[in-house]
Design a binder for this molecule. Structure first.
Ligand code: IMP
Ligand code: MG
Length: 197
């Protein structure tokens, strides 16, 4: 069974995303006080890809970019463990690290990542997430820069996926209340949240 695009309604428009992303970029740049040369922007693949591409165009030009990818294995959802699929390509010791994430949902992924990067002794470590679903928090994480707080709804677009699709929408949509998944000939049934990062 699968949902299709029409099962999702617009939640955040392209214009709102552009406005908020530019604001966040300006805020981060102001806090750097001209010291952008030590900034490493770390994108968490795949979900952060669209947000990060837009955000970095509002950051100082001497910032560098790197990426990592995480997977979570949730035997039971509450004890989900996270591991690196692949890691950064550079040391971050002494650097100003800005993690860029699509959404903080339960917080399990970001609490793992913050701990994992903290031991590498960056000069500073900040988290910028486009979305936050506080109703789902299992492990609170300190969010330094937040785009939007959203209700407990499954969202797609602007990097976020449902079963790998819809990342390329230029806006965010939420699953409509009462939407019913249709039979899907191509795939076996899958659980809804966090299907792909
Ligand atoms: P966590 O529950 O905070 O560990 O979130 C783990 C990951 O699940 C996020 O980085 C997203 O990639 C994914 N995720 C959580 N909520 C949603 C959603 O509503 N839509 C799409 N992906 C989501
Ligand atoms: Mg995802």
């Amino acid at each position: 069974m699968a949902y299709v695009l029409d099962d999702f309604e617009v939640m955040i428009s392209r214009e709102e995303l552009a406005r908020r992303t530019a604001e966040l970029g300006r805020e981060i740049t102001t806090h750097l006080e001209g010291k952008g040369d030590q900034l490493v922007v770390v994108g968490v693949l795949k979900g952060a890809l669209v947000f990060m591409a837009d955000l970095i165009r509002h950051l100082p030009p001497d910032a560098t970019c790197d990426f990592l990818r995480l997977s979570s294995y949730s035997g039971t959802e509450s004890t989900g463990t996270v591991r690196f699929d692949f890691d950064l390509t550079q040391p971050i010791t002494g650097k100003d690290v800005l993690i860029v994430e699509d959404i903080v949902d339960t917080g399990l992924t970001m609490s793992f990542l913050l701990e994992a990067l903290e031991v590498r002794k960056p000069r500073s470590l900040k988290l910028c997430t486009l979305l936050h679903k506080p109703a789902r928090t299992k492990r609170p994480v300190p969010i330094d820069y937040l785009g939007f707080t959203i209700p407990d709804k499954f969202v797609i677009g602007y990097g976020l996926d449902y079963e790998g699709r819809f990342r390329n929408l230029d806006h965010i949509r939420a699953l409509r209340p009462g939407a019913v998944a249709r039979p899907d000939e191509s795939a076996e049934d899958k659980a809804l949240p966090g299907a792909e990062r």
